[in-house]
Design a protein around this ligand. Structure first.
Ligand SMILES: [Zn+2]
Length: 488
């Protein structure tokens, strides 16, 4: 490629002094364009395979050549890519590193019964503590499934950090008054890592910064979301072996202290599901991202994504489907893969719809919008993932030949529902609905049960709040269970 040498020089300049601008290149053949840009070592911000455009970060010299990639292109507002003079140091309406520290400490002090004091899960390249915050109440069952939420793995994507701040605010403010906030804190553990890539986030908030994505490992940083150990370096299009490329995957799998901290932490809490927040584009991404193939849970991913994107309007799919290019060594693939040191996690990457990387710095309505898109997705995930059979550790196995209980439909339940019960001998059979703490909330009539398969309909009591429930059948010493969620 004839332009390689020139571009390499330009990239070095971009990493030090020249502020980049986001340029939107329109081309229906997104995948081809992405490949071409990738081969030239260009910094791709995001893309839309559906709408046919690619956003790329360009400095002045690269901008001169934008028309070589696409005759139709648009230079996006400066606020999409860098902090204005007024917002340097304080990140505008986003929370700076110092503001994050103050926020989480204050939240823990104000809601000591719901929020733990931030705890370090490891240190960055420059020795700063990477903090996590646990939100849960003292009520509820002994076993509470865990959820993981992270943000700012890529240091120029502060929108995800705003979402976690809003999420923690909403949960704590509404605990005790909103049934879902109460249920979530009573029945789950919410682990937040609000800033993974602290060193570079601080650098981005300083005068010269704004567009740095990688961590601070010399000479030019490592893309932490290409450094996870599963399928690390699978190929050179989903990550780069070039230390000066913006998707440089590091010298070895899991080489970076930030990646190690996140992996070790996740392996100690064994979350059942979670979100790694990134920006931008308005997507909800799920594995496999390294080769764009479907996981065995593709149907579940699709149905969950459909339910959550009904709130946010985001486009769902694998990285290769929505962006038009793959990535490897990312946190999603590592999290879903159960051989990574934890049981399978139903993990997603939301790419918030953020008007570029810093689009909300002077316009808080941008940040309010992404929070109101993502809060219901967070809520849906925490309300529904615990009843998903494939990841439940508490599922009661049916006893073959004596009693089987099928899946409750619809799920989630808003009022009436049905379930298939197979039974050898209906004499003395009982069907009871329990809440997750084991309290009986409804007895389903067994008067019409007969030997064989029975289609049983039942109605949840109107005062049963949103949450996870268990329908338990018992007959002749055998029991079978089916879990489901009520969503009011
Ligand atoms: Zn990102």
């Amino acid at each position: 490629m004839k332009t390689v040498a020139l571009l390499a020089v330009a990239l070095v300049l971009a990493g030090t002094a020249t502020a980049g601008r986001i340029v939107r290149l329109y081309d229906p053949a997104t995948a081809v364009l992405v490949q071409e840009l990738g081969a030239d070592g260009m910094d791709i911000a995001t893309a839309s395979a559906r709408e046919g455009w690619v956003d790329v970060v360009m400095d002045d010299r690269e901008l001169d050549r934008a028309s070589l990639y696409s005759r139709r292109f648009e230079v996006m507002p400066e606020e999409w890519s860098s902090l204005t003079d007024a917002n340097r140091g304080n990140a505008g309406f986003y929370y700076s590193y110092e503001e994050n520290n103050a926020f989480w400490a204050t939240l823990a002090a104000q809601h000591a019964d719901l929020v733990d004091t931030p705890v370090s899960i490891g240190t960055t390249v420059q020795g700063r503590a990477i903090n996590m915050v646990l939100l849960t109440s003292n009520a509820g069952p002994a076993y509470k499934p865990a959820f993981i939420f992270t943000a700012l793995t890529h240091a120029r994507e502060p929108g995800g950090n705003s979402v976690l701040i809003d999420w923690a605010n909403w949960l704590t403010t509404n605990y005790g008054s909103d049934t879902q906030a109460t249920w979530i804190l009573d029945n789950t553990r919410i682990y937040l890592v609000p800033i993974v890539n602290i060193d570079t986030y601080i650098a981005n908030c300083n005068p010269a910064g704004g567009m740095l994505r990688k961590n601070q490992t010399p000479p030019d940083g490592v893309d932490l979301n290409r450094n996870f150990t599963y399928q690390w370096g699978y190929d050179d299009s989903g990550s780069s072996p070039d230390p000066y490329d913006d998707t440089y995957r590091g010298s070895s799998a899991g080489s970076e202290p930030e990646t190690q901290a996140v992996m070790n932490f996740i392996n100690t809490i064994d979350p059942i599901a979670g979100f790694h927040y990134h920006a931008y584009g308005g997507y909800l991404i799920h594995p496999w991202n390294y080769n764009n193939s479907a996981t065995p849970d593709e149907a579940t991913y699709d149905s969950w994504s459909g339910a959550m994107c009904a709130f946010s309007g985001y486009a769902a799919g694998r990285c290769g489907e929505v962006l038009g290019y793959n990535s490897n060594g990312d946190a999603d693939d590592w999290g879903y893969y159960s051989g990574s040191g934890h049981p399978k996690i139903m993990i997603f990457t939301p790419e918030v719809d953020d008007n570029g990387f810093w689009g909300g710095q002077s316009d808080s309505t941008v940040i309010v919008a992404i929070c109101s898109q993502c809060r219901p997705m967070n809520r849906w995930l925490c309300m529904n993932a615990p009843s998903f059979v494939g990841i439940s550790e508490q599922e009661g196995a049916p006893v073959p030949g004596q009693l089987t209980v099928g899946a409750v439909t619809p799920n989630p339940v808003s009022g009436s529902a049905a379930v298939l019960v197979g039974i050898d001998s209906p004499a003395g059979a009982r069907l009871t609905v329990f809440d997750i703490s084991g309290r009986s909330v409804a007895e389903v009539s067994t008067a019409n049960l007969r030997a064989g398969d029975n289609f049983v309909q039942f109605t949840m009591p109107s005062d049963a709040p949103s949450g996870v429930y268990v329908l338990r059948a018992s007959a002749g010493g055998a029991t079978g269970e089916s879990r489901f969620t009520v969503l009011r």
